[in-house]
Design a protein around this ligand. Structure first.
Ligand code: PMP
Length: 386
C-alpha cells in the first residue's frame, strides 16, 4: 500500500470520507440528487434567488440588450485585459450601497480571505482571529508574516486580555472575525468588536459571507442590523450564498483599496471572472435592497425551525444556519443518509470543518421553503435518533 492509499484508508476508518456527487438545482429550492428529486436543505442560497425563474428571465432580457456581457472567458487577470468595464460598474454600485470609499471585487471569498491579510500585514504586525473563523481566513493568516493568535470563540475578555498585553509591541493589529459563523449560525458581537478596535487602535476585518443579502434592512448584513457599517475597516461580502452568484468583494477605504490592487496576489495572479458572471452579480446587487419580502419570509422560517430543533434538545442560535450536533462522525453520516432517503438533502459536516466530536447536520434554510415540510424533516430526525 503506498502512502496515498494509506491516507485514504485512515480517512475511511475515521468516518471522514468525502466524495463529489453530481447535483442539479431545480426551481423553488428543490434539486435532483442521485436521480431523485429532493428538498435542498444544504444550500446557502438563503433568499432562494439562485433558483428564481423570474429573476433569470429578467436577466436574460437585460442580457439580450447588452450583448457585450455575453463572454464566458475573461482572458487574463484584472490587472491586464480581464478587467471588463462591468467590474468597475459593480464596484461603483457596491460603494454607493455601503457608502464606502472603496470596493474591490475578487474571484471568490476564498481568494479575498487568502489575499487581503497577507497584502496588508508584515512581520511587525499582530493578527488576532476568532478560533472558529472559516478555513479561508485561517489559510490567509497562515500566509502572513505577522504574529498570529487565535482568541477563544466570541470571548472578548480573552481578546482584550491579548490586546492589553500585546498592542504596544506591534505596528498594526488586525482583529478578524466572521459576523455570522458558518457552522453554528451564531453571531459575533460587532458593537463590542468596534469598541475594542477603537480602544486599542486596531483594524477590524469582518467576513459577512453568511450575512450579506440575508440580513439588514437593505441586505448589507449583520453590520447593517447592528448599525456599524461605517465603523468596520474591512468588510468581506461573498456572492456565492444569499447573493446567488460567484465572487466576493471587500469594502474598505481608498488607500487600502489601492494597496490591494498593487499587492494582493489572489487578485493579481488569477484570471478575472467572465463578464457574464459580473453582470449577473451586478444585477443581483442592484436589486438586493428590494428583496425585503424574502428576508422577512426567511426570518419567519428561522423562528419556526429554531423552535422545533430546540424542542428536540439541540442548541441553536436563532439563525438560518441550524446545527444538529450529534457528535460522532458515523452517526452524522447515517442520519444524513436517512434524511436523504426520505427526500431531504442534508449533508453531514465533520472535522476538520468543525471541531472533533461535534459532527453534525448543518441545516440551512432558504426563503422559498414551504414551512409545513419542516415538521416532516424534524419527525424523521427524531425517529432516527430515538
Ligand atoms: N468565508 C466564509 C465564512 C465562508 O463560509 C466561505 C464559504 N463557505 C467563504 C468565506 C468562501 O467564500 P467563497 O465560497 O466565495 O470562496
Amino acid at each position: 500500500m503506498n502512502v496515498f492509499e494509506k491516507t485514504l484508508e485512515q480517512i475511511e476508518s475515521a468516518g471522514l470520507t468525502r466524495t463529489l456527487k453530481a447535483i442539479r438545482n431545480d426551481s423553488s429550492g428543490y434539486c435532483t440528487f442521485n436521480s431523485k428529486k429532493m428538498l435542498n436543505l444544504s444550500s446557502n442560497d438563503y433568499l432562494g434567488l439562485a433558483s428564481d425563474e423570474n429573476l433569470k428571465s429578467e436577466f436574460m432580457e437585460l442580457l439580450s440588450q447588452n450583448p457585450q456581457w455575453l463572454t464566458f472567458g475573461s482572458g487574463s487577470s484584472r490587472l491586464l485585459t480581464g478587467n471588463n468595464s462591468i467590474y468597475d460598474e459593480t464596484e461603483q454600485t457596491l460603494k454607493k450601497w455601503y457608502g464606502s470609499q472603496g470596493a474591490l471585487f475578487f474571484n471568490s471569498g476564498y481568494h479575498a480571505n487568502t489575499g487581503i491579510l497577507p497584502a496588508l500585514s508584515d512581520k511587525n504586525d499582530l493578527i488576532l482571529s476568532d478560533k472558529l473563523c472559516h478555513a479561508s481566513i485561517i489559510d490567509g493568516i497562515r500566509l502572513c508574516h505577522a504574529e498570529q493568535i487565535r482568541y477563544r470563540h466570541n470571548d472578548y475578555e480573552h481578546l482584550e486580555s491579548i490586546l492589553e498585553k500585546k498592542r504596544d509591541l506591534h505596528q498594526n493589529v488586525f482583529i478578524v472575525s466572521e459576523s455570522v459563523f458558518s457552522m453554528d449560525g451564531d453571531q459575533a458581537d460587532l458593537e463590542k468588536l468596534v469598541e475594542l478596535k477603537e480602544k486599542y487602535n486596531a483594524i477590524l476585518y469582518i467576513d459577512e459571507a453568511h450575512a450579506v443579502g440575508a440580513m439588514g434592512e437593505t441586505g448589507l448584513g449583520l453590520c447593517e442590523e447592528v448599525g456599524v457599517v461605517s465603523q468596520i475597516d474591512i468588510i468581506i461580502g461573498t456572492m456565492g450564498k444569499a447573493m446567488a452568484s460567484v465572487g466576493a468583494y471587500a469594502i474598505l477605504n481608498n488607500v487600502l483599496n489601492k494597496v490591494l490592487i498593487n499587492k494582493a496576489r489572489t487578485l493579481i495572479f488569477t484570471t478575472a471572472l467572465p463578464a457574464i458572471n459580473m453582470a449577473w452579480s451586478k444585477f443581483i446587487i442592484d436589486k438586493m435592497p428590494e428583496f425585503k419580502q424574502q428576508r422577512k419570509q426567511l426570518k419567519k422560517l428561522v423562528t419556526l425551525c429554531n423552535d422545533m430543533v430546540q424542542d428536540m434538545g439541540y442548541k441553536t442560535f436563532g439563525s438560518y444556519i441550524i446545527p444538529i450536533v450529534v457528535g460522532e462522525n458515523k452517526v452524522a453520516v447515517a442520519l444524513a443518509e436517512h434524511l436523504q432517503k426520505k427526500g431531504f438533502l442534508i449533508f453531514p459536516i465533520r472535522p476538520p470543518t468543525v471541531p472533533k466530536g461535534t459532527a453534525r447536520l448543518r441545516l440551512s434554510l432558504t426563503a422559498n421553503i414551504n414551512p409545513d415540510i419542516l415538521d416532516e424533516v424534524m419527525m424523521e430526525v427524531k425517529r432516527f435518533m430515538e
